[in-house]
Structures are given as C-alpha cells and as structure tokens.
Design a protein around this ligand. Structure first.
Ligand code: GDP
Length: 457
C-alpha cells in the first residue's frame, strides 16, 4: 500500500535528520523531493501544488525555526497536511433514523463494487445489522450471479431478478421484476427490505469500462428512485491519473457522499486515489485491500498518513486483533495460567489459529512503525509458516501436546514424517514453544493476559 511513496518520503526525511538547523535552502530541497515523490506516485498536480505550498509555508515559519528538533517538526507538518488532503477526520457511515439505511454503490466496471458489497455486508452483519444486497447491476450477464456468490460468502440474503436469485426467487411475495430494469430492481429491493425488516440495503449498480452518459443517467435514476442515505463511489486505486477525472465525472453525474478506495493491496502508485478526497471534497470512507471478505477497513485519514510516513498503524492492528481473538478463549487461557497450569502446545495451536483469523501476517507486520526500512525482509515472510506449525502440532498425540518433554528422538521422527517436514523443524518449534511457555508464565505472574495476548513467535 503506497509502498514506493512511503519509501521516497521516509528517505527524504532521513536526509533531513542529518541536519541540525534548517536553512531555507534545506527546506526548499526537501519540499522539492516531496513534490517529486508525490508526482511520481500519481498524486494530481493541483493537489501536489497545494500540499507542497502549505508544507513550505509552515516549514519556513517559526513553528519550525523555534522547534527543538526542526527535522521532526517538518515531518509533523507533512503528516498533518497529509491527513488534511486525505479528508481530515474519519467519516463514519450514516445510518438512517428510520431503517432501512440505503447504501448505493457506484463506479466503473471492475472497480470492485460487487466485492465491496460483500465486504460491507459482512462487516455490518458482524455489528449486528441485517443487511440485504440488491443486484441492480443488470449490465453484465454475470453480475447477478457474482453478487449472489458474494452474498452467500458473507452470509447475507440477496434480492435479485432471475437468475441467480437466492432469497427473493423462492419467495412468492417478492415479485422480482424483469431483467433490464435496474431502477425497478433497486426500488423493489428497498421495498422488500422494508417489508422484511432488513435494516440496511446495499444496492450494487452497473459500471462500464469508461464513463458514459447512459451509465451515468442510469445511476442517477437509481439514486432518484431509492433516495440513498449514502452513495459510495468505488475507485480502483490502481487506475492512475484517470482516477481524478473519473471521480469528477461521477461527482457531476451521480454525486456521491463518500469514496471507497479499492485494491489498495496492489503495488500501484496509488497517489491518484489519494487526490480524490481533495478534488471532489468527499471523504474517503473505506479501503478494500484484497479479494477476501475480511480485506476491508474503515479509512482513517490520520492512520493512513501515519502508514505512508512509516510511523505505523498500531491502532488498526489492535482493532484487528480484537476482532479476531475470541474473548472467551482468551479468558479461559488467562484463568488457566492464573491457576498455575502450564501453557501447552494445544493452547499454542488455538492461538495460532486465532492469529490466522487476523488475516495476512505480512499485512499486519506492515502496520508496525519502521517497516518501510524492512520491506525486503517483510517481502520474504512466508505466510505458509503458520500452516506448517499447525501441521506439526496436529501430528502430535494429545499427550505430547500436553507435555512436550516426552518428545524423544523417535517421536520427533514420527511427528516430522506426519507433518511432512524435518526433525530440525520440530526442534525449532519446540524451542520457540519453550520460550513462549516461559513468557506465558511470566505474564501470568504479572497479572494475566488480555485478549490480545499471544506468545512471541
Ligand atoms: P465491479 O465490476 O465494480 O463489481 O468489480 P468486482 O467487485 O467484480 O471486482 C473486479 C475484480 O477486482 C475482481 O476480480 C475482484 O476479485 C477484484 N478486486 C476487488 N476488490 C479488490 C481488492 O481490494 N484487491 C484486489 N487485489 N482485488 C480486488
């Protein structure tokens, strides 16, 4: 996510840190480097101009010359200005006072709308809502089926015209309209949600490969028909400079209340997407970071700025841990340790599985401060490691999991064979586990363990 921009900016600051007091020339050189980094990352020219202008002005003021550490002060200014172009404060989803809340998705074909519909529904369901997906994308033959697949994965119903109609089809009350009338489908979908007391309706609409009048009119008609509480414009972060023009066209044609940046997991420069909030005056509300349902985050401008400047995003990391870790399990574990019982390999396995629930280790590690400098090591991180450890623990007997001390040479060979690995790997794991166990004992002594507690690996 914004890797090359992040690398460029952090190296600019590194150069700056080697100086004590900053002259006007130092500041100009820094601002020039920042400008180049932003332009190379595809940030829109007017946005770059405004950004660097603000940074320069503030960097030349007493704010910096009077500071104890001028270089650090410049980084702070860049951070604040970055938060500002990303939209300032986090903008939560607006929920309707009288349900259902209607959320309409708009954007080009392939932007990631359908995928997002599933992610959003999944997240809302997790918060106790009862979302319904409405398939008003009748342009692509496959779109309705695709939305149904996504809905099934997210465990939410979908209202769709035939075919691909999973819930409405077998329901005589749901008089699904004919294919070809997306406005009708959207309107009926919302009516159906009201009747069935779904408190959120997510309307997926059609996109074309390029902006066109018919598409824009259709989206505007759907908007007029369902009067949404939110219109989310989904934009592929990888489309480069076109992002700004596309966003402007949608702002004029349909208007939207918020932006979703999708495919932020890609290596693309992504800067164009960073310009969208500034250019359209609409906040970025969510980020999509992969193809899985859980690759989805609320967009926090301050945290994103922090990630770009390699200051880490520990808050997001903690939130993901809280979501993935089962509080019941953690309590059981804490109770067990507090009563003086050993942390066993079986417990270790449970923790590994919870760790896996948090998603990609690489993504999580990437949220730690200072990771831009370790990008190479991070790229070498093998996600399969967690699976390998699981396989080893699975090929142990319950007695071995409870008391690894009984694992002698012949047991090691048997376990290695069962897990399809070497005895060296078994030894390494047992050693790591031994360390983890010691640490757990210390933590138990130190007053227990919260839901985020996990052994060092
Ligand atoms: P739509 O035409 O706007 O509905 O776009 P889709 O939801 O069908 O997405 C187009 C393609 O992009 C699909 O292959 C998705 O799997 C993929 N995709 C969507 N969101 C993301 C994302 O955040 N990251 C990645 N890597 N792929 C995505």
């Amino acid at each position: 996510m914004f890797n090359s921009l992040s690398d460029r900016l952090t190296s600019t600051f590194k150069n700056l840190r080697t100086r004590g007091r900053l002259s006007e020339a130092d500041i100009d050189a820094t601002v020039r480097e920042i400008r180049r980094a932003l332009l190379d990352a595809d940030v829109a020219v007017p946005v770059v101009r405004e950004f660097t202008g603000a940074v320069r002005e503030r960097a030349l003021s007493s704010e910096v010359s009077g500071a104890l550490n001028p270089a650090q002060q410049v980084v702070k200014i860049v951070n604040e200005e970055l938060v500002a172009i990303l939209g300032g404060a986090t903008r939560p989803l607006t929920l309707a006072k009288t349900p259902p809340t209607v959320i309409m998705l708009a954007g080009l074909q392939g932007a990631g709308k359908t995928t997002l519909a599933g992610k959003l529904a999944h997240a809302l369901k997790g918060q106790g809502h009862t979302p319904l997906l409405v398939a008003a994308d009748l342009q692509r033959p496959n779109a309705v089926t695709q939305l149904s697949v996504v809905a099934e994965r997210a465990g939410v119903p979908v209202f769709a015209p035939h075919p691909g109609n999973t819930s409405a089809a077998d329901d005589p009350a749901a008089d699904a309209p004919l294919i070809g009338d997306p406005v009708g489908v959207a309107r009926d979908g919302v009516a159906f949600a009201k009747e069935r007391q779904h408190d959120v309706v997510i309307v997926d609409t059609a996109g074309r490969l390029g902006i066109d009048e018919v598409l824009m009119q259709q989206a505007a008609d759907i908007r007029a028909a369902v009067n949404p509480d939110e219109v989310l414009f989904v934009i592929d972060a990888m489309i480069g400079q076109d992002a700004v023009n596309t966003a402007k066209a949608f702002a004029d044609g349909v208007d939207f209340t918020g932006v979703v940046l999708s495919k932020l997991d890609g290596d693309a420069r992504g800067g164009a997407a960073l310009s969208v909030a500034k250019v359209t005056g609409r906040p970025i509300m969510f980020a999509s970071t992969g193809e899985k349902l859980t690759d989805f985050e609320v967009f926090h401008p301050d945290r994103m700025a922090s990630r770009i400047l390699d200051m880490g995003d520990v808050l997001t990391l903690i939130e993901q841990a809280e979501k993935a870790f089962d509080a019941g399990e953690a309590e059981k574990m804490a109770g067990k340790l507090a009563s003086g019982q050993d942390f066993t390999l079986a417990d270790f396995l449970v923790q590994m599985q919870q760790l896996k629930n948090m998603g990609s280790m690489k993504k999580m590690l990437g949220m730690l401060p200072g990771m831009a400098q370790m990008r190479d090591q991070l790229d070498q991180f093998d996600e399969r490691e967690v699976g390998r450890i699981e396989a080893i623990i699975h090929s142990m007997t319950p007695a071995e999991r409870d008391n690894p001390k009984i694992i002698n040479g012949s047991r090691r060979a048997r376990i290695a064979k069962g897990a399809g690995t070497t005895t060296t790997a078994i030894n390494q794991l047992l050693e790591r586990f031994d360390n983890a166990q010691k640490m757990m004992k210390q933590m138990a002594k130190g007053g227990g363990m919260g839901p985020g507690g996990m052994p060092a690996m």
